[in-house]
Write a protein that binds this ligand. Structure first.
Ligand SMILES: [Zn+2]
Length: 129
């Protein structure tokens, strides 16, 4: 996305169902890192003109286009990320000791990546897996 002579990545992308003449519809959402304005880029392929169309929206226009397109939304990029927060890349193990009255009653083993995503791998209760 572009604004203030700079190019930056979208913070979220909305995906939409196809319309008769508009397919591959996407709404890119971001804040310009230079002026901090909220910016939306609506992009789709127009079958009538056989080309991609890109429209930019700013500030108040961003909210209006979001409201307008909300009901056609099928997925969001942030939604994907939040639904699939699995550790990726390098992993390391974490053991977390659960104590009760000073005694270790359970050890929880997690696998974690370096972005802090972790999953519980194993629970060991009273010294037994
Ligand atoms: Zn800007």
């Amino acid at each position: 996305m572009r604004h203030c002579n700079s190019v930056f990545k979208a913070q979220d992308i909305w995906f939409f169902c196809d319309e008769e003449n508009k397919i591959k519809r996407k709404l890119y959402l971001a804040f310009c890192p230079i002026c901090q304005k909220s910016i939306a880029l609506y992009s789709y392929f127009d079958n009538k003109i056989n080309d991609y169309v890109e429209k930019y929206y700013y500030s108040g226009g961003v909210e209006r286009i979001k409201q307008k397109l909300k009901s056609d939304r099928t997925a969001t990029m942030l939604g994907f990320k939040n639904n699939y927060k699995m550790p990726s890349g390098f992993k390391y193990g974490i053991n977390k000791e659960i104590k009760k009255m000073g005694k270790i009653v359970e050890i929880r083993q997690f696998a974690s990546d370096f972005e802090g995503n972790k999953i519980l791998v194993k629970k060991i209760k009273n010294g037994k897996p």
